[in-house]
Design a binder for this molecule. Sequence first.
Ligand code: SAM
Length: 342
Amino acid sequence: MNESKLEIKLAFIIGLRNIVSDEISRYADLHIIKKETDLFYLDFLQDLTTVKHLRSVARAYVIVQNSKYNPSYISNHKSILGGLIDIVIRNESNDAFKTFKISCAGSESKEVRGIAEYIQRTYGLVEKEDADIKIHIVKYDEIWEVGVQITPRPMSLRDYKLMNMSGAMDPTIAFAVNSLCGLDKANSYLNIFSGSATLLIEAAQCYPNIERFVGFDNDKKRISLAIQNIKKAGLMKRIQLKQKDIFDKPDLGKSDAITSDLPFGMAISKNEDLNNLYQYFVDYCQETLNKDGNLVIYTSEHQVLERIILNSKFKIIETLDLNFITSVNSYLRPKIFVCGFK
Ligand SMILES: C[S@@+](CC[C@H](N)C(=O)[O-])C[C@H]1O[C@@H](n2cnc3c(N)ncnc32)[C@H](O)[C@@H]1O
């Protein structure tokens, strides 16, 4: 039998490849073996702590690949899968995993049922649809891959999120927006349209050097949800939130960096015209961003925004085209715009 080596597989949102690559390069113990559009493969490590701390990655798995590792082969060599489960369990606290699920074609077949019985018997786990241990046996081209997700929940679900507000930003995207802002040399950070405070919390957690974090939103419910999230993150002393409307041009001083996840669809009030709202937003940023500062904007309505930016004092330094399916199964193709003064 060809010995297959263990690897770590990381899955992320299409468009964040360079962000993930940059984040990984900060850790001496992480080595990328292969890069795909939305997947990276890393050399295996016994201690998965660093992998679990990656903020730009949605999910991570311990995997092995081999042309022979079909479900029938794995049912006759169960220790191959057992080895992966052992690694994942060893790297979490004792009671993290109670249930398991096997994703595999023919999941009712004799072979797969045999594998499920083995897992139940060996690890005392219960088979369940929404499971803690997620196992996959899938074929990519001619190669079978057997893998186990290393965390019970996706890494992109953060502990500080008490409730999932509709329209809340994916935290891995918030991390990407913040990392494009030049925050290492910033002292002040403003987040316009702060919603549930994803961008503010991600920034305050990653940049202890920044003295002043301010955000505003005109929706009282969202402000109160954001306060709960900020409290949960232990950041009440560092983040100020204001209930303000962009049309009132709130006076919050100048900032070294501005980020925004722009409202669209349901998140804007009736009778509001998107063009007008985005124009107010860009005008406000022109007045409140410091000369050398960066403005980083995330939006699905990129054509409207791009037209307004091109007629403003800002230039577009870089754009990132993202592509993903939301939790309600709709396709989104938003963009991140990195801007500075012309
Ligand atoms: C796309 S959401 C931001 C989501 C946020 N990034 C998060 O992770 O929760 C846009 C936000 O803009 C706010 N908003 C809409 N119109 C506004 C206005 N005129 N002034 C201030 N905030 C506004 C909405 O209340 C909403 O929270």
